[in-house]
Every structure is written in structure tokens, then in C-alpha cells.
Design a binder for this molecule. Structure first.
Ligand SMILES: Cc1cc2nc3c(=O)[nH]c(=O)nc-3n(C[C@H](O)[C@H](O)[C@H](O)COP(=O)(O)O)c2cc1C
Length: 363
């Protein structure tokens, strides 16, 4: 097991309705005041990263959405150490704009911005904003060119690139980002195309929630492919965390979230999401195998099972680390309260277990 402490990120609730498609009470707000305070609490609690979401259009209870890059900058301006991952969607963004915009943010925030290059899963959204909807694997081909262009612009002068989607000729960006060699590049996915791209160009691979066995299979494939490419890649896994003083309390919260799920909204989301998942030619994409209960959380976060007491959750996090996970991306019901609780009750236990494992390995 790696001696590097596992890292923690939280989902920024910059989209209304939180992270579960349920009418359960959520003491969370998508606005900036709530989110600034949350980012400060998360930084104090020991979180390393915050991940903002990109969404252009309402649907499934996600009525309002603040734009990801602008929102990320606002959170960076309100914090000191936290890194904020801004989501970038090829189509609406092109690499020239993204490279320039993020280099400036990196300069303004002492090198704390990162990006999540999302490839798109929501056909209705693309139609809504007049963007062509590419086939699943074509979306990844475009994303890979996007990342190659971004890295080229960020690291080279007089950069030239002749792709099928993007072209650059003797282009020099100044100033370059502060972070060297460049801000970290995250991407999400579960499909073969997502793993193949990650194993060639990304720094981090985010995957939907899953069991340790399910994650192990993805990680082994990913790391084998990356090694063959002479590339190294880190892995983050999504989890919807419900940490309570007793397991019964935590389970009751999960039961209530599911009992109060909004069936029409879950079905509608599931329809789009399953289409997107099944759209990968091999049928392994995100959501290809998700049940109704799984779909109540947008990224299969119940499957990771970080639901229980602080002790149970800490042990499961270390078990995830043992199958190759480098980062846990956490969603919560009541973000401010639960981020604080997580920092106070769960994180110290994870560090204890990590120290114990390191001591055992040394002995
Ligand atoms: C942690 C994580 C965060 C994501 N964030 C966004 C997002 O903010 N906006 C978006 O449109 N898609 C987002 N996605 C979707 C992915 O970019 C990708 O389109 C989706 O996972 C389908 O991939 P697959 O078919 O390769 O499995 C996210 C995925 C993951 C795993």
C-alpha cells in the first residue's frame, strides 16, 4: 500500500438540489455565501481539493447551476490552501480559451487551480445549447486532443498542433500557469475509452462509486495501460459519505434518502445516464449497471459504502487505498455540518490507520 496519505476532495454544491435526487431535507445551498464558508471549513477540516460541477441546463431537480470556472475562482479567492478543480466541457470550451482562462486563474491564486476535463454524457444538454453530439468514443477522441493541446500550450512556446478537432500554429501563451509543469488534469469515466485516454494523457482518473473489487479491476487495467505508455496516473473514487455516531443512524439516513427519492426525476436521469453508459461500445461506461437506488446519487456514490460510523468509514477508506485509490471524492447531505464532522471524526482515524500500516510494512 502506498505510503502517500490518501487525499480528500469534496463535491462543490454549485448546482441546486444537492447530490441526491430526493426530497429529503438537505441543509445545503448552491449559492456563493454557503459555498465560500464551506470551502473554508473544508480547508480547515483537512480536505485537499474541491470539485466544481459543470451543467448548462436544468433537469432532474438540478434547477439552478453556477458556472464552474467562475465559481472555482471565487472559492479560490476565499481560501488559502485548498485546490479547486474546475470542470471544462469540450464543445462550449476550446483549448485556447481554457488554457488562457486557467493560466490567469492559476496566476491569481498562487497556483491552486486544477481542471476536470469532462467528455459529456447528457445529450439533451448538448442539443439545448446547439452543440453537436458526438458518438461516445468520438467524444473521448476530442477530449484527448483537448488535453494534448492544453498541455502543449501550457508547457511550450511556439506550439503547433494539427488535430482533427483543434489546430494551433506557432502559438505562445504568456504568462504560462504558475504550476509546473502545468495544473493537474483530472477526468471522469468508467468506459474503456475513458480508461484508455487516462492512461495516455491525464494526471488523475475519477471514477463513479463502486465496490473495492469493482475499483480494483478498473485500477489494474488503467495502471497496466499507463505503464505500457510510460505514463503514470492517480485514481480518485466517488463516494456519498454518511458518517454518524452509530451505524443505525447512518443506515436510516440512506433509507430515508431512497424512500424520498423522486421517482420521475430518478427515471429521467437514469434514462439519460444509462444511454450515456450503454453508449460506450463495450457497455462498461458509467451507469451501465446502475440500479434505481444507485441512480438516486448522481455518480453511484452509495456503492462505495462510506456509510456508517467514523471507524467503519476510516477502515473502508484504507481498504480502498489498498486497491490503489489515491483520493476519495466525497459528497454529503448537509455539506457544511458533515464536512466539519468528517474532518473531526473520520480523517484522524484514517491517518492513524495509515500510520499503523506504514509501521507494519517497516517491521
Ligand atoms: C467525479 C466525476 C465528476 C464529473 N463531473 C461532471 C460534470 O461536472 N459535468 C459533466 O457534464 N459531466 C461530469 N462527469 C461525467 C464524465 O465526464 C463522463 O462524461 C461520464 O463519466 C461518462 O463516462 P463514460 O461513458 O466514459 O463512463 C463527471 C464524472 C465523474 C466520475
Amino acid at each position: 500500500m502506498s505510503h502517500v496519505p490518501v487525499k480528500f476532495a469534496y463535491w462543490v454544491p454549485n448546482v441546486s438540489g444537492g447530490l441526491v435526487v430526493s426530497t429529503i431535507e438537505q441543509r445545503t445551498h448552491w449559492g456563493i455565501d454557503y459555498n465560500r464558508k464551506l470551502a473554508q471549513l473544508a480547508e480547515q477540516a483537512g480536505f485537499d481539493y474541491a470539485l466544481t460541477q459543470i451543467r448548462f441546463t436544468a433537469g432532474y431537480g438540478a434547477e439552478y447551476q453556477h458556472e464552474s470556472v467562475a465559481f472555482s475562482h471565487a472559492l479560490l479567492a476565499a481560501t488559502e490552501r485548498l485546490k479547486v478543480i474546475a470542470a471544462i466541457l469540450p464543445g462550449p470550451w476550446n483549448p485556447a480559451l481554457a488554457a488562457k482562462q486557467l493560466a490567469t486563474i492559476d496566476q491569481l491564486t498562487n497556483g491552486r487551480v486544477a481542471i476536470n476535463l469532462v467528455s459529456g454524457w447528457f445529450k439533451g444538454e448538448f442539443h439545448g445549447i446547439g452543440e453537436p453530439w458526438l458518438d461516445h468514443d468520438e467524444r473521448y477522441r476530442r477530449s484527448e486532443e483537448f488535453i494534448r493541446a492544453l498541455k502543449g500550450i501550457w508547457t511550450q512556446d511556439s506550439f503547433s498542433f494539427a488535430g482533427d478537432f483543434y489546430r494551433f500554429r506557432n502559438y505562445t501563451l504568456k504568462p504560462k500557469p504558475l504550476q509546473q509543469p502545468h495544473p493537474e488534469i483530472f477526468q471522469g469515466g468508467s468506459s474503456r475509452a475513458a480508461r484508455d485516454m487516462a492512461a495516455r494523457v491525464s494526471d488523475w482518473y475519477f471514477t463513479n462509486g463502486n465496490t473495492p473489487e469493482g475499483i480494483r479491476a478498473q485500477v489494474e487495467d488503467l495502471r497496466a495501460k499507463a505503464a505500457a505508455n510510460g505514463h503514470s496516473i492517480k485514481v480518485g473514487v466517488n463516494a456519498f459519505v454518511i458518517a454518524r455516531d452509530t451505524e443505525a443512524e447512518a443506515r436510516a439516513v440512506l433509507d430515508e434518502i431512497i424512500a424520498k427519492a423522486n421517482p420521475e426525476a430518478v427515471q429521467a436521469f437514469g434514462h439519460e445516464a444509462r444511454n450515456a453508459g450503454a453508449a460506450s461500445p463495450e457497455g462498461e461506461g458509467n451507469w451501465a449497471k446502475s440500479s434505481f437506488e444507485d441512480l438516486v446519487q448522481y455518480n453511484d456514490g452509495f456503492k462505495t459504502n462510506l456509510i456508517g460510523t467514523p471507524e467503519q468509514i476510516a477502515e473502508r477508506i484504507v481498504a480502498l487505498k489498498a486497491v490503489g485509490v489515491d483520493l476519495v471524492l466525497a459528497g454529503f447531505l448537509h455539506f457544511q455540518e458533515e464536512v466539519e464532522y468528517f474532518g473531526r471524526r473520520v480523517l484522524p482515524l484514517v491517518r492513524e490507520l495509515e500510520a499503523r500500516a506504514a509501521a507494519q510494512a517497516a517491521a
